[in-house]
Structure formats: C-alpha cells, structure tokens
Design a protein around this ligand. Structure first.
Ligand code: SF4
Length: 178
C-alpha cells in the first residue's frame, strides 16, 4: 500500500482520474466528500452516491463530511452575485480545503489535496493559492496528463452521473462543470 493522502472530492466524475493518478504515483487516497457548497441537499446526496461507485471500484475508504450549507452561505455572504471564477469561488475553495486540512490532521494523514483541479473550467493556480494556506496541502493539477478527458472516459465506463453546473445555487444555469 502507498502513502495515505486525504483527497478532497467534489464529485464522482472528478475523482476518477485523480484517484487513478494518485495510485499511479504511489499513494493510497482516502476520499473525503466535503462539499457544503452543493445545493440542494438532494444534489449533494446524488453526487455522494456516485462517489461511492468510484470508491467501490478502486476499493478505497470514503469519509462523508456533514452538509453545512448555512455556514457556507455565511462564508460567501456579499458575493452571491459574483461571476463564477470570482471571489466567491476562491472563498468556496478555501472553505472546503480548510475542512479537509482539519480532517487530515484529525486522521493523522500528513498530506491532502483536491479533485477540484480536474475541471477545465477551474483555474488550478487559484485553487493552489487557497490550499497553500494549510499545512500538508499538495499541488496536483489533475487536468494535466490528459486528466480531464480521462475523467470523462472513466465516468462513462462506471456509468456515473455528470452534473452540468458547478454546485451552489448561484452557479446553476452557468452550465460549466466538470
Ligand atoms: S460556482 Fe462552484 S466554486 Fe464557485 S462558489 Fe459556487 S460551488 Fe463554489
């Protein structure tokens, strides 16, 4: 078994090629579904259930964080009207990565990263600049090495649901995820 790394997962499809790459690089990913940004709750559950398919396929542990959407709304307050990729998204990345850093410390896992960089709609540098605030964060640009296309192929193979918007209520209608 490789070295454990806590992988913050935004959804099943993005986890596929990220997990594959981490395993290829000698890691044993522990999957952490922490996505209080997702709205409504039914969508959160649907994305989680699709992650369980991936976890079963690769035989990996999954940890489910609570859905704390009220706290997330408080964090992005004042940025509801921001365009996607603006300040609201940076706050959102920070929010989820902070919870992941806390969970990694709690579990005694030295390193953590996120699947958020798989999306061709997300700027990996912005994600890294939020992650850098936390000890143990590792920069993996999962869209590199054909990661985005690979996630589509693997998602099809596993029959995963692929959503058409990023996640929060403010991104609905923007149709640009993953
Ligand atoms: S659009 Fe996506 S990244 Fe941006 S705030 Fe909403 S859920 Fe978070």
């Amino acid at each position: 078994m490789g070295k454990r790394i806590l992988l913050h997962v935004c959804c099943g499809p993005c986890s596929t090629s990220s997990v594959e790459r981490l395993i290829q690089e000698g890691y044993e990913p522990v999957l952490f579904f922490s996505d209080s940004n997702i709205f409504p709750y039914e969508e959160f559950v649907k994305r989680y259930e699709n992650l369980l398919i991936v976890a079963e396929h690769y035989n990996l542990q999954v940890i489910l964080d609570e859905w704390d959407h009220e706290e997330w709304l408080e964090a992005v307050k004042g940025h509801e009207e921001d365009k996607e990729h603006g300040a609201r998204c940076s706050i959102c990345f920070h929010f989820n990565l902070e919870r992941t850093a806390r969970k990694a410390a709690e579990l005694g896992i030295d390193e953590f990263t996120t699947t958020l960089t798989v999306s061709r709609f997300k700027n990996s540098r912005k994600i890294f600049s939020e992650g850098e605030a936390f000890e143990g964060f590792r920069e993996f640009d999962f869209k590199k090495k054909d990661g985005f296309n690979r996630s589509i192929i693997l998602s099809r193979e596993l029959g995963l649901y692929r959503q058409t918007w990023c996640g929060c209520e403010f991104s609905k209608g923007e149709r640009n995820a993953p």
